[in-house]
Ligand binder design. Structure first.
Ligand code: F0G
Length: 405
């Protein structure tokens, strides 16, 4: 018997058609309701017998692990970042480094579950719109599963590493005239006309895999619950997935309080942060999102309302950071900790620094920043923001002279 059902997040009705991405009755967002009764008999240590990674948590996943299409996703490091923490005034600071996933971003967590489910359904063609990382991940998992794959990318706005991955793994890479929101509208139309199976995070199976980042953080902290988790927000599914994982841990009795979920957006693409500042449950889409953090260059986040629910329900916070703050945080993390992340990921660190300065984050909080993607995803931004290679004659004296400067 299935261990879950799909329901409408808005009206609560059961949704039986596996090919719809919104509620047939009210048009609302969908979500998975897990049957966690069997898990209530267990404790975290029972799961810890399996290797750390997404599939350790199969009791919380709506896919039979025997059907898993896996490239060994998850199991990423949780760094205790003391030097960075000292610098920004949060001594008990951690970075969950999602850049260590197989395709270099957190998307692999959702994609292993989403593509496994697509295979269970017998789908042959999968697709997604993407600012880059989702397409890189889907292309890889589709290759592993032997599925045909089409990815819809905003023309000229996808970082080099991500584009290279989508091309390399053999997807049909479609460059769409418009931004992510436009590309997603087209991908959704294709799905509605049943031309492909959509694997954007509006598909409720995707966030299910993304819950695993929270399960891992809890395991890695030996269930010492952090006070706050800081997440970059774009299309807004990831922060929702973290929240959903927390509600499920609470349901099975493994935690008794929740970290304050804190969503960070880029100043040029901040519909969720704007809604938070007005204390509203819904957001106003932005027409022309713009930021150097192209991964989160999104004006109409599909899961924006779910993100706001996650933030309000945990007593969390949301704010925006400028491109300069993002680049400064990216460099700081690299130069204090040796950890390389892409700009969107650095938004979480930039946000933690800003909120500490504002006094929203207390000095004694235990804070985890989720850093969603690898630095090598976007080499151009790094090359443009760092000192150029130094021209040097082929002699010891020339090198010495440069090192002494
Ligand atoms: N960080 C990175 C590196 C991302 O690629 C994304 C989203 C986010 C953060 C935001 O996560 O959308 O769940 O709020 N990238 C998507 C993509 C939109 O197409 O790769 P979110």
């Amino acid at each position: 018997m299935a261990n879950h059902k799909v329901i409408c997040w808005d009206c609560g009705c059961d949704v039986d058609d596996p090919l719809v991405n919104t509620c047939p009755k009210c048009g609302g967002l969908l979500t998975v309701k897990m049957d966690l009764e069997p898990v209530k008999e267990k404790k975290p240590a029972d799961l810890q017998k399996k290797p750390i990674g997404v599939w350790r948590y199969s009791d919380f996943l709506p896919v039979n692990p025997a059907n898993a299409v896996s490239i060994q996703e998850g199991g990423t490091p949780l760094y205790s970042t003391k030097a960075l923490g000292k610098e920004i005034g949060i001594p008990d600071l951690y970075v969950k480094y999602e850049g260590a996933n197989p395709t270099g971003s957190f998307k692999d967590r959702g994609m292993t579950v989403g593509v496994s489910h697509a295979v269970e359904l017998g789908m042959k063609v999968v697709g997604c719109a993407s600012t880059g990382n989702t397409s890189a991940s889907l292309a890889a998992y589709a290759a592993k599963a032997g599925l045909k794959c089409a990815v819809f990318l905003p023309s000229g706005k996808v970082a080099a590493g991500k584009l290279a991955q989508a091309m390399f793994f053999g997807a049909k890479v479609l460059s769409i005239d418009g931004n992510f929101d436009d590309a997603l509208a087209l991908a959704r139309k294709m799905a509605e006309e049943k031309k492909l199976y959509l694997l954007n995070s509006i598909n409720p199976y995707r966030p299910e895999g993304q819950k695993s980042v929270l399960f891992e953080i809890m395991d890695q902290l030996q269930y010492g619950i952090p006070d706050r988790i800081v997440v970059p927000v774009g299309n807004a599914a990831n922060i929702w997935a973290v929240y959903k994982a927390l509600t499920e841990l609470e349901e099975v009795g493994w935690i008794d309080r929740m970290p304050m979920l804190t969503g960070i957006q880029a100043e040029g693409a901040m519909p969720v942060a704007s809604a938070f500042s007005k204390k509203t449950d819904d957001f106003i889409p932005e027409k022309n999102p713009e930021t150097i953090a192209t991964a989160i260059r999104i004006g109409n986040p599909v899961s924006g309302r779910k993100a706001l629910k996650a933030i309000y329900s945990t007593g969390g916070y949301s704010t925006s950071v400028t491109d300069d703050e993002i680049l400064a945080a990216q460099k700081l993390l690299g130069r204090r900790e040796g950890v390389g992340v892409e700009p969107a990921s650095a938004a979480s660190v930039a946000g933690a620094k800003k909120l500490r300065e504002m006094g929203i984050i207390d000095r004694d909080e235990r804070v985890v920043c989720i850093c969603t993607g690898n630095a090598l995803k976007d080499p151009d931004t790094i090359i443009n923001s760092c000192e150029a290679p130094i021209k040097c004659a082929n002699s010891v004296e020339a090198v010495e002279k440069i090192l002494s400067q």
